[in-house]
Ligand binder design. Sequence first.
Ligand code: NAP
Length: 447
Amino acid sequence: MSVTRIAVVGSGPSGAYTAQLLTEESESPIEVDVFDRLPTPFGLVRYGVAPDHPRVKSITTSFTEVFEETPGLRFLGNVQIGRDVKLEELRAHYDAVVFAHGAPLDRSLGIPGEHLQGVEAVRDFVSWYQGHPDQPGDAFALEGARRAVVIGLGNVALDAARMLVRETDDLRRTDIPEHIVEAFAASTIDEVVVIGRRGPAFAKFTNKEFIELLEVESTDVIIDPADLELDAEQRAHLDADPAARRLMATFQKAADRGSLGRAKTIRFVFDRTPVEFSGDTSVTGIRLVHTSEPSVSETLEADLALRSVGYLGKPLDGLPFDKRTGTVPSRDSRVVDGDDVVAGVYVAGWIKRGPNGVVGTNRKCALETVTSVLEDITAGESRASSAEAIDAVLAERGVDVVDWNAWRAIEAAEIAAGAASGRERVKLHVREDMLRIAAAARVPAHA
Ligand code: NAP
């Protein structure tokens, strides 16, 4: 019987769940190749989930078990689909291709001054402090800055605000590279202003994450009690949404607690729409208008402005793309081009449904995808080539594939670096260093 072969593009939570579920749910023999453009697996679990959220990050332990223990499941890191291998080639080599490459771009505000130095995408800030190999170590300098503003009321905005006030000792318990710990240690930022364009009832971050902010010992969390006097629209929203009611109750507690005279402050402002960044070459301020009363405006001084207003998918050659939503259009996870299904091509995760939900949401999303893939595959009728055939294509093009064993060697180096400084792990952040370790892992011990 021929083996069904599936390619999964992206090894973040949606790709990893897709690979796991494909191997678990298939009733006939199946092989799954998981591609990632990075030499490391797990995408946003490694580079998105906050370093001080180790419990969420620990999902990698179970993904690792799956990769280690599932015959026919491979990791092919450092391979960029669209550049190293074209979509049409993948379609020719596999019975199905699942795109699970997330939402690698970010929304911009489209206002004057956004190009100024110090007005940055929160994604770049997060990638920087997570030691992402695409971010230079000196991308952010926090020394000399006093006030940072974060625009947006989502969980990413809260992660960024919390990281900006975290104590150095807390950061040293995480896996972030030492030069990043030192950059935070040198930070002179003592106020972070989180700006929402709507009222507090419409904040999108979760109660749990907001409570966590209240628990940061060095920092006051300031909410103006007047902001909690809600208009009819916000009251109606609360009536309809229990999560918003829970969050509002915690806002009230924060407003009641007020300032405790702590060294740093995170202040929330609501009902403010950013209209312009000011500054010569670097940002010095942000002008905000009152959303509910646009004739009123104010300017807030700022040394760093992070826009955290949502992520966007990226078009890939040969794959339909909906610019409005930043996703690949699909029906039951099958990619569609207008009304037509693109045979054998599927999506999972943020590129399918947009950038929403928590890590676990991707399991349910991946299961929908896997169900459609397995429905469409006829057991025993594979038209795929072989693992050797795709390996030969990559080798011929000189692609330095990082396989699972090579990744484990990179991981071992990170754990060793951690042990040397009393930490569980310290991430490597330079791509060349990772590739060097990966290459050494491929050389037989007695060669
Ligand atoms: P998000 O939850 O969609 O929040 C985006 C925020 O940007 C909203 O407050 C939105 O306000 C605001 N916004 C959008 N356009 C704007 C504009 N032009 N001007 C001003 N504000 C604007 O997105 P996210 O924070 O990027 O998070 C993405 C997903 O990852 C979410 O599902 C999140 O829960 C998840 N995540 C979870 C965790 C965790 O569980 N700890 C951590 C990080 C991320 P409006 O509501 O007015 O549109």
